[in-house]
Design a protein around this ligand. Structure first.
Ligand SMILES: [Zn+2]
Length: 281
């Protein structure tokens, strides 16, 4: 069934587990993730991001992801990650997405609040959830960084931000990064505890790929509800295709199910690590 983000994250917060958000802009990714969720009876979040719209535009993504979510035996959210403009977010909401992230994390505090508050009001009237970001989890992978430095979330800013915006989930920066980690990440769990102590809202960890199970479970234990995973399934799908092509040659109908299986395997592992197995309502 298709649900919004708040519905599944509120349950995750009450029962202390994490829900994975996986980017699913093509059918191999979407089928792999959905099969993993249905087999393990996990709630799950389908996603795409403004930076991934070259892979599949919003309307096309909605055209296959919404029916898949509606027909699923588990709760599924359709989330737009890292939306940067009001126009893109409203487009996604109009197309049927049930959750949007308004990433104004590189803007001044007051501007971030004003933009997220306005979007939360618009989205809530339509039954859609909103995620904001405070601090900044940077994009430095592959030399294609956003040029903005990492900024840890200040726990003292959190209460005001959540109350004035009315958002449903807050992405925080506690040491994770997007993409492949070049050095072992060191997470600031003390900061997470302070943030959790400052707000009851749902908390989101970006850059979940590549983290150890111990780190992931510590984050869930101390207050994270949503964990974004893309790099791990991207590598799994790409390597499955590469290995087949290298050995047998380029055959799309052989590559496609192997990509899907590789994604499913990683997704099942994450759902197990996050404790979402059997939590589908
Ligand atoms: Zn992110």
């Amino acid at each position: 069934m298709l649900v919004n983000l708040k519905e599944i994250l509120d349950d995750a917060r009450a029962r202390k587990y994490g829900v994975g958000m996986f980017n699913t802009f093509n059918i191999e990714l979407a089928l792999g993730v959905l099969e993993a969720a249905e087999e393990t009876k996990s709630p799950v979040i389908f996603g795409t991001a403004e930076a991934l719209l070259d892979c599949c535009d919003i309307d096309t993504a909605a055209s296959f992801l919404i029916p898949m979510a509606r027909n699923a035996s588990v709760p599924v959210v359709l989330h737009l990650d890292h939306g940067y403009t009001e126009e893109t977010l409203k487009h996604a909401i109009g197309a049927g997405f049930t959750s949007v992230m308004y990433d104004c994390s590189t803007r001044p505090f007051g501007e971030n609040i004003a933009l997220c508050a306005e979007m939360a009001s618009y989205a809530h009237e339509r039954g859609v959830s909103v995620e904001g970001e405070l601090g900044h989890v940077s994009f430095d992978e592959g030399g294609a960084g956003d040029g903005k430095g990492y900024a840890y979330t200040e726990p003292t800013d959190v209460k005001e931000f959540v109350e004035r915006t009315g958002i449903d989930a807050l992405a925080i920066a506690i040491g994770t990064e997007h993409g492949v980690y070049k050095t072992k990440p060191v997470l600031d769990i003390g900061r997470l505890k302070e943030i959790r102590g400052a707000t009851d809202t749902n908390l989101v960890l970006h850059g979940g790929s590549g983290l150890s199970v111990g780190d992931l479970q510590a984050c869930i234990r101390y207050g994270i509800q949503k964990i974004n995973i893309f790099t791990d399934i991207s590598i799994a799908a790409s390597e499955a295709a590469y290995e087949y092509v290298k050995q047998y040659g380029p055959t799309i109908n052989e590559i496609s199910p192997r990509m899907r299986e590789a994604v499913k395997k990683v997704a099942i592992q994450k759902m197990t690590d996050f404790g979402s197995v059997g939590k589908a309502l």
